[in-house]
Every structure is written in structure tokens, then in C-alpha cells.
Design a protein. Structure first.
Length: 152
């Protein structure tokens, strides 16, 4: 499998505004960073770069939403998933499945397996590593993804 980088890390939090204030105060996240709402996936998130990695501090907008349920299940906030950029998502998924992985439905799109997202083709594994979900993304190259959905 050809993992090229960590695309992003998503942290499940109860209060995105409170968490963002701590990141600004303790880690120098730009003061201009704001919380955005994503209606399709029913969450709100602050998205920013630290050390060349995109961080997503994400709060469910619904009490039983994806991130709220994850927090309730584990009893604490924390690292929800890591998105690994790969050169070829189909090859990465085939290799993962050959090694026993199971694909998981994307909670925003209700699609299992590789599908379009705003920044690239994505897929999620049902399997976790050390309690962390795994997402793969084949990032769009120049000229690709013109029909991709917005606001996911």
C-alpha cells in the first residue's frame, strides 16, 4: 500500500468552540480560524493546519450524531480518525481487504467503498487501529473531481 502522507486527523469533541480556543491559546492556531457547519454530515468543525497536517476539531450537531455517539461510547473526547492519502484508492482498498479489512459506510454519504468527496475519492475501514478509525483518500489531481459534491 502506498500511503503518501497523513491527509488529516479528526478529533471528536463535545464543544468545538471551547476546543478551538484551547488550540489557539496553547498551540498558536491562527485567531482567524472559525467553526464551520456542514449540513450534509450534521457536524461543525474547525479546520486548520499544524505542522503540515490538517486538523479537524469536530462536534456533532445532533445528540446522537457520529462524533457524539463516538464520545458517548468511549466516555471521552479524542482522536476519532486519521485520513491517509494514497496514490491509488482502489489498490489500497484491495490490499486492505486481502489482509482481512472490512469496508465501512461513509456516515455523510451513505456509501460503502470508494466515492467522491470534496477533496478526493475516500473510503473508510470498519477496522480500527488502536481504537482509531482509518480513512483512505486519493486526493484529486489537477483537472479531476469537477463533479464532486460541496459542503460535506
Amino acid at each position: 500500500m502506498d500511503v503518501t502522507q497523513i491527509k488529516h486527523m479528526t478529533f471528536a469533541v463535545r464543544d468545538a468552540e471551547k476546543s478551538l480556543k484551547a488550540y489557539k491559546r496553547l498551540l498558536g492556531v491562527p485567531q482567524a480560524t472559525k467553526i464551520q457547519e456542514f449540513a450534509k454530515s450534521r457536524n461543525k468543525a474547525a479546520v486548520f493546519d499544524l505542522g503540515g497536517i490538517e486538523f479537524q476539531i469536530t462536534e456533532s450537531m445532533d445528540p446522537d450524531g457520529r462524533f457524539a455517539a463516538w464520545i458517548d461510547q468511549r466516555g471521552h473526547e479524542g482522536l476519532h480518525h486519521i485520513c491517509f492519502a494514497v496514490e491509488d484508492i482502489d489498490a489500497a482498498l484491495a490490499e486492505a481487504q486481502a489482509n482481512g479489512a472490512t469496508l465501512k459506510e461513509c456516515s455523510a454519504c451513505k456509501v460503502t467503498g470508494s466515492h467522491v468527496h470534496p477533496e478526493g475519492w475516500v473510503a473508510f475501514l470498519q477496522d480500527e487501529v488502536s481504537g482509531i478509525e482509518i480513512e483512505f483518500m486519493q486526493v484529486y489531481k489537477e483537472g479531476e473531481g469537477g463533479d464532486r459534491p460541496q459542503g460535506v
